[in-house]
Design a protein around this ligand. Structure first.
Ligand code: DHE
Length: 517
């Protein structure tokens, strides 16, 4: 007779392998690695690491694996994997990498892919006004539509890397545009030729890009690795990879980088360290010193770490790390905020220190700020990501002059010298389909538009002369609606796949007041 304990052990032994929890790493290697790479850093498919997944977590992540993604190469694993397998592989993907990935200059250069069929045109390949071209980023199926800003005809529709984020950056003459994806890919496109020039992976997980004042350099701000990479805009080659570390050596992600044209520099904020950096794009820039020490022996003060010339770096200390920031039009002041705090700061970039604080509760989105003249004063407006309000600040004395209440939190604001209104979309909540038109002088909401009740309105952009406003309906089966800006009547509706940002060449290269950076 077999004793119960032996029987139990025998049964457990037999049942063991059958009831073992699925191994997420093994499932990943079998099913996912061929597209997303064994390293999880992306291949033909995007990177699958927490930094890239962002808010795609838990059940939502499992749903993508189970059902696939429409209009992309991502298939459904519904019949291949069990529910437990999907949970296991989703957990594996959501876990941080065991060791931070290395992505240096050689890796970046290795990823460069210049389009073999690219032939630069000698003149625009279209009759439309090259200055009134508007790009529409369609995140639904990773494309950009190139619109004639007068007729709203689509001149070209080209494929982008997955998950383009932030504003594409134009060369100062408006001919070329550079697009960045959250996976760090930078794509160069020739608007005259309507052709891609090439692409390169400058980071593993990136935030945004900035064009230098002279159009020669493109800075790429990354979270992973913690770098600022500077590319040559000419051939996308790596000019410099700057490791981003605070004075005390603490590595930091870069919150964002912008060009400061009058200063001939890039300005970036460090997300994990209370420092702003200014990196000169002037070959005669600097010298910048990292600090000073007093030498008792020599009886004199010596400067530390002098940097001079192209890409020399200057550090500016701030009281807390900045997540989000904005500038006045002459780039003397940076207005920044830490999203966890209730206030913002104003930093005078000439003297390199904070000069004012601003009351900004409710997660201001300063990156979407715009400015204009009111009663002889320059004012700025910024939406809040967590509250239905828009803060209006007088930039002469940094006072909060008004909080405009809206029907829900918004992401984006846009205006134009040719229109008396700010167009402010509500992005989340029950009123996510509404756009508030705010009079730039009275600061009153004068009209609320609901172009498609129940559907999300994402972002507005104006034509070169401000006569038309283009509004994104941010849905997979979405649209760009063209409004007459004066009468707010619908002129045209262009079907688009989850259109997000739109960018008019002239508004961007002329730094039109109503446009964010
Ligand atoms: Fe953005 C611009 C940061 C989430 C769409 N967003 C920017 C910029 C920054 C930023 C710093 C300015 C960069 C530039 O143009 O050079 N965005 C952040 C965040 O921190 C946040 C809240 C969280 C995150 O996931 O990073 C965030 N952003 C989103 C979205 O969820 C949006 C709506 C959809 C998406 O594509 O991910 C989104 N962000 C945009 C767009 C712009 C942008 C369309 C450009 C606006 C413009 O008019 O220039």
């Amino acid at each position: 007779m077999i004793r119960p304990t032996v029987l139990t052990s025998l049964l457990a032994l037999l049942a063991g392998p059958l009831s073992a929890a699925p191994d997420g790493a093994m499932i990943y290697a079998d099913q996912c690695a061929s597209c997303h790479a064994e390293t999880r850093l992306g291949g033909t498919g995007p990177a699958l690491i927490p930094e890239s997944l962002g808010r795609l977590k838990g059940a939502a992540l499992e749903a993508v694996i189970d059902q696939g993604r429409a209009m992309t190469q991502m298939p459904s694993f519904h019949t291949t994997l069990s529910a437990d397998d999907i949970t296991a592989v989703a957990a594996y993907i959501a876990a941080p990498l065991a060791t931070p990935p290395v992505w240096g200059a050689a890796d970046i250069m290795e990823s460069r892919d210049l389009a073999s069929g690219y032939i630069p045109a000698t003149a625009p390949a279209f009759t439309a006004d090259p200055m009134n071209i508007t790009l529409v980023v369609e995140t639904g199926d990773s494309h950009i539509s190139v619109l004639d800003g007068d007729t709203f005809e689509v001149l070209d529709r080209f494929e982008t890397p997955f998950a383009v984020h932030g504003g594409p950056k134009f060369s100062p003459d408006g001919r070329f545009v550079f697009v960045m994806s959250r996976d760090g890919w930078v794509q160069k496109y020739d608007i005259w030729s309507l052709q891609e020039v090439g692409r390169i992976r400058a980071g593993i997980n990136s935030r945004n890009i900035a064009m230098s004042h002279d159009g020669k350099w493109l800075a790429v701000a990354s979270y992973l690795p913690k770098t600022l990479t500077i590319l040559s805009t000419d051939d996308l080659s790596v000019a410099k990879v700057m490791e981003v570390k605070g004075r005390d050596g603490t590595p930091s992600r870069v919150a964002a980088v912008y060009q400061a044209p009058q200063r001939k520099s890039f300005v970036l904020a460090l997300k994990d360290v209370p420092e702003i950096w200014e990196v000169t794009t002037d070959p005669d820039g600097g010298p910048f010193y990292d600090g000073f020490v007093h030498s008792h022996e020599a009886g004199m003060t010596e400067s530390l770490g002098a940097e001079k010339g192209l890409f020399a770096r200057r550090r500016i200390d701030v009281s807390a790390p900045l997540d989000d920031f904005f500038f006045d039009p002459d780039y003397r002041h940076l207005i920044g905020a830490n999203r966890g705090a209730d206030s913002g700061v104003v930093v005078n970039l000439d003297v390199g220190r904070e000069v004012a604080t601003l009351p900004l509760p409710g997660m201001p989105h300063l990156g979407s700020g715009i400015t204009w003249m009111r009663d002889g004063h320059r004012v700025m407006a910024a939406p809040h990501l967590q509250e239905g309000r828009i803060s209006i600040i007088d930039m002469t004395d940094w006072s909060l002059i008004k909080v405009v209440e809206t029907s829900g939190p918004g992401f984006f604001l846009r205006s134009h010298a040719g229109t008396p209104y700010i167009w402010a979309g509500v992005f989340t909540g029950p009123n996510k389909g509404q756009i508030h038109l705010i009079d730039k002088q009275s600061l009153e909401v004068v009209k609320v538009l609901t172009p498609e009740p129940g559907l999300t309105v994402a972002h507005t952009e104006f034509t070169k002369d401000g006569s038309h406003a283009l509004v994104s309906i941010w849905e997979d089966d979405g649209a760009v609606i063209v409004f007459d800006a004066a009468t707010q009547t619908e002129i045209k509706r262009l079907p688009m796949r989850k259109p997000s940002g739109k960018y008019n060449v002239w508004n961007k290269i002329s730094f039109e007041d109503g446009t964010s950076h």
